[in-house]
Every structure is written in C-alpha cells, then in structure tokens.
Design a protein around this ligand. Structure first.
Ligand SMILES: *[C@@H]1O[C@H](CO)[C@@H](O)[C@H](O)[C@H]1NC(C)=O
Ligand SMILES: *[C@@H]1O[C@H](CO)[C@@H](O)[C@H](O)[C@H]1NC(C)=O
Length: 552
C-alpha cells in the first residue's frame, strides 16, 4: 500500500514533468526550446487588442476565462497578443478605464456586454485590463507573445497609414523603444509571456534596410535588458514578407539564444488574385520558392522562423485563399515552423466604422461561442504539435506522408484495411530510400500502384517503377510513380479518404484546375505513433508466409 502510494506520486511527478513547459524559452539553432532544452512548438492564435477601444476583442461576448479555455480546446498553446504603442506611451490613453474608452467611441452595447461577461475589468484602466487578460491566459497555461502591432490604435496595416516605418508620422523610433522597454519591464516576471514581437509588418514608402539595421538591434537590446526572459522577435520589410537581407548581414546583438525571426504569408501576399490568374500548381512552386528565398531559408541558417500571421476566410468561399492554404500548409509542415493563425477574433467591437464586424478569418464564431469552422481547426491540428526537434526523438527518424488539403497523413485503421488518410498522430512511419521506395519503417513493405483509379497497396517486390515515387511538378508536391506501361501516375485521395493512384492532374497551364487532392509532402518526423507501433508489432498470421492483408 505504502509503496503503491509512493510510486503513484512518482508517476504523477514524472507525468507532470513531461507535459509542463519550463520557462523561460530560448533558442537552440533553429528550434525554440524550454528551460530543459526540449523543443516548444509555438502554435499560436492572434488575439487583437490594438483596435480603437484598446481592449482584447470579444470580452463583450464571453468571459475571458471561457475564451482562454476555448483557445486551449482548439489546440493552441499560445496567443500573439497585439497592442498599440500608445497604450504604454500615452498616459492619458493607458489610464482611461475600459468604460471610458468605449464611451468615447459610443460603443454602448459593448459596455453592457463587458459588464455582463467581464465585470471585473469594466472600471479598470486599459493597461490593467491588458494585464488581466495576460494573467487569465497564464492561468490556463497559454503562452503569450506581446506583439507591438501599430502605434495609433486602429486596424492595421496599409502602406499609407503613417504607422509603417521609422520616421512615419506615428512611428517615432525613440518613442517606440521607450514603449517596448516599458512593456518588457511591465511583464518581467510574468512567466507565460515568452516573447515580444517588436513591430508588426514594417512597410510603406519610408522602409529601407539601413534604418531597419539602425533601430531593430537597439530595440532588441533594450527589450532584452528590461526583460531577459523573453524571446526577441524581429519582423522583415514589405509587410513582413522580406527577410532576404539577413543573408547578407546578420543582426549583431550582445546576447544570444533569444533571437527569432518573423514572417507573414497570406493568399493575397503575392497579389489579390495570384492563385486564380495562373495554374495553382505553378503558383505554389513560384510562391513557395519566393518564401524560402525571403524567409524560409533562415531555418537552414540556424534561426527559428515564426510565421506570425497566416489565415483564410474560413467559410471556404475565397478560392484564392483556399488554394494558397494547401500550399502554405505543405511548407509549414515540411519546415515544421512555429506559427500564429490570424485570427482568434470572431467579431470586432468596431472595425472600419462597422460596429460588430464579423471576422471571416476568425477561429471563433461571431458570438465567440465555439469554433467558426471546426473542420478548419481540425485541418491545422496536425501542425499544432512538433514533428521533430530537440528532446523529441521518441522514435527513429522517418517520414510521414502529409496531405495539406485535409491536414491528414497516410496510415490505415488496421492491417486488414486499405491505406487511407488518418490523423498524423497515427501516421505510418515511412522510410524514403535512395531507390525512391516508400517503405513502412521496420518492414519490407513498400508503397506501390497497379492501375489508375485503384487503391495503392503495400508489396514486397520494390524494384519496379510502380514502387518508385518521386516528388514532381513545379510544386514538388505530386508524388508520382510509373505504371508498368511507362505511364506516370500520381497519389490521390478518394472521397472515402482511401489512398488511390490517378492520372497526374493540374500540373501546369490550366488555371481552373485544382491540384490539391494530389498534393503531399514527405515530412521528417521523430514523433511516435503508438497505435501504429502496436499494429506493426502484432504477430503476423500464417507464419513464414507473406501476410496477404499487408499486401492487399
Ligand atoms: C493620447 O490619448 C488621448 C486619449 O485617447 C488622445 O486624446 C490624445 O490625442 C493622445 N495623444 C497623443 C500624443 O497621441
Ligand atoms: C468550413 O470550411 C470548409 C472548407 O473550406 C467549407 O467547405 C465549409 O463550408 C466551412 N464550414 C463553415 C461552417 O463555414
């Protein structure tokens, strides 16, 4: 009895030491790691608090603790929490109470909502309310990245909003450094504040590399001095699309292990209709190459890269965005990047003069009751946990075959069933051999195809062209083999999610054609898949014979 108690306490201790992140975070080459050196993957969602009322959105709809719990239940471990510079540099703004702030904007309905849902903050100052939200996230074990989104409270960003770059009407570099220092100081000792993103989307007519190097390092040093615990996150030029200049000249800092770069990537980043004007497979090749050249390359140079914003209209009605999303998810999975979805916000108190504007990019629905589109959250969920990184080598390195359109990976429910898409946590571990075979790790079974329109299967004769798979086409996301008659064929997904092979589609030219059912990525992983380990170690029936259910 006594020893039972002791061992269960020990178990409890071991368990909690596995799941709890120990702060502060730092960097180890391209990875963000915790105090024990184990990778922490930032899977954040943006929560706006930089708009005219200068209060975290949604607090008129739901209690902040409820919202924090929904963030957790949607699988996010972190919030990129936006703030306007003037919240901390303009005392008369910071000291307005929440009620006063909404009164001056005539948002009386919101006041009633906040009184009902978050009565404890209605008569506290805006800066105190901001701190209270951070605490509430902390109580729910949600990490926070403080993002200086803009100077003057309001919707961001345009080239001509005078908040874009050093020297703009609302962007005085000295005031900015003062504000960052105050913010870093205010949150020194608040352990769930793990990072500060120093300025969102530098942009506009004044932007230039020289001034970027002039001010960013000074600000980084000031933040680090005021709060050595936070990761210091630096954004690139042109709305955070361009960090190519780092290749020529690294940022020189007196401290190490805290620097992270940030980039943003939307479907409209390369033009509003890029994905409609050309063949999406060619666009993905072109745009992903641009992303690697301007920011993705940084991970190979030993820096963490945080995609601080990405997202789509979650109703699915924007085709341009839908096409981009599959391409984006492929890159984000392959590089196993840290990221923040735009946005949590289901609706704004007010935006662009519209009271209660519905946010179609929002993870929450209009009333902040639940997920706007749970299938979208499901789709990104496989990227919410790390595929690899320090301290996570649970099993031998292998590949998972990731399908961005669904966010699922190739596996199967049982040995008797055909290969199909399933949660990436249940993925088969694949080895990709120099002979281009895709072999289930620990077995002799390789992926092969016999005919167009039929299920692919696992076989043991792996030397023919029908079991040699290459990543082809501009996107490099078509996984292609050749039938015995020499015809190329591509991996595809049937409507019941079983894996089939079909004629390769939408490779080039046709802009009406959507290739994404045939888009896959081979993603490096050391994630264990307990269910598959179990199914592969099941004793095989018919000792000495080739087990039919493994082949078929
Ligand atoms: C400071 O904030 C107050 C209240 O919002 C505003 O009236 C004033 O113009 C602001 N001052 C500056 C310099 O931005
Ligand atoms: C969720 O997203 C999917 C895929 O884009 C779309 O087909 C569906 O209609 C969306 N659901 C809602 C409720 O918006």
């Amino acid at each position: 009895m006594g020893s039972f108690t002791v061992s269960s306490i020990l178990l409890l201790f071991l368990f909690s030491s596995v799941v709890v992140t120990s702060f502060p975070l730092s960097t180890n080459s391209r990875w963000i790691v915790d105090d024990r050196g184990q990778r922490v993957k930032l899977a954040c969602v943006n929560w706006a608090s930089h708009m005219e009322p200068v209060l975290a959105e949604g607090l008129s709809k739901q209690p902040m603790d409820t919202i924090a719990k929904r963030i957790v239940s949607m699988g996010f471990n972190c919030v990129r929490f936006t703030w306007p510079l003037y919240l901390i540099t303009n005392d008369s703004l910071a000291s307005l109470t929440v009620r006063q702030s909404f009164q001056r904007l005539h948002l009386l309905e919101s006041i009633a909502g906040i009184e009902a849902n978050n009565p404890s903050i209605i008569d506290v100052s805006l800066i105190k309310a901001f701190q209270t939200v951070v605490s509430s996230l902390g109580e729910n074990k949600v990490m926070v990245i403080l993002d200086n989104h803009i100077s003057k409270p309001g919707w961001c960003c345009s080239n001509l909003d005078d908040n874009g770059f050093f020297g703009d009407k609302y962007f005085d570099p000295d005031l900015w450094i003062t504000g960052l220092t105050r913010m870093a100081t205010l949150f020194n000792g608040v352990t769930n504040v793990v990072g500060m993103s120093l300025r969102n989307e530098p942009r506009g007519p004044k932007q230039n590399v020289n001034d970027w190097y002039k001010y960013m390092p000074i600000a980084a040093e000031a933040v680090h001095k005021a709060n050595p615990n936070v990761l210091v996150i630096l954004s690139g030029l042109s709305f955070d699309r361009d960090l190519s200049f780092i290749q020529d000249q690294g940022v020189k800092l007196t401290f190490s292990g805290k620097l992270v770069y940030e980039a943003h990537w939307y479907g409209f980043s390369d033009g509003q209709t890029t994905w409609l004007d050309d063949n999406p497979n060619e666009v993905c090749g072109r745009v992903a190459t641009y992303m690697i050249r301007t920011s993705g390359y940084l991970v190979d140079q030993g820096y963490p890269l945080f995609i601080g914003e990405f997202g789509i209209d979650q109703s699915g009605s924007n085709v341009n965005g839908n096409r981009y999303m599959s391409c984006f998810l492929g890159v984000a999975a392959e590089l196993d990047l840290d990221w923040a979805l735009w946005t949590l916000v289901g609706s704004y108190y007010t935006r662009a003069g519209v009271v209660g504007l519905n946010e179609h990019y929002g993870a929450m629905d209009y009333n902040w009751c639940g997920a706007r589109n749970s299938s979208f959250i499901q789709r990104i969920s496989s990227l919410q946990s790390p595929f690899r990184g320090p301290g996570l080598s649970e099993v031998k390195p292998h590949k998972v075959i990731y399908h961005p359109l669904t966010g699922l990976c190739i596996t199967r429910k049982s040995l008797a069933q055909p290969l199909r898409l399933g949660p990436c946590t249940d993925s088969y571990p694949w080895n990709y051999s120099p002979q281009k075979n895709l072999v289930v790790q620990g077995t002799r079974f390789c992926l092969q195809t016999d005919a167009s329109g039929t299920s692919v299967k696992l076989g043991i004769l792996c030397t023919d062209s029908n079991s040699k798979w290459e990543m082809i086409s501009d996107s490099k996301m078509h996984l292609s083999a050749k039938l015995r008659d020499g015809k190329s064929i591509c991996l595809d997904v049937a409507s019941d999610n079983t894996i089939i092979a079909n004629r390769c589609k939408c490779i080039s030219k046709d802009k009406t054609c959507d290739p994404s059912s045939q888009w896959f990525k081979l993603v490096d992983s050391t994630r264990s898949s307990t269910r598959v380990q179990r199914s592969l170690s099941q004793p095989l029936p018919g000792k000495g014979l080739v087990p039919n259910h493994l082949i078929g």
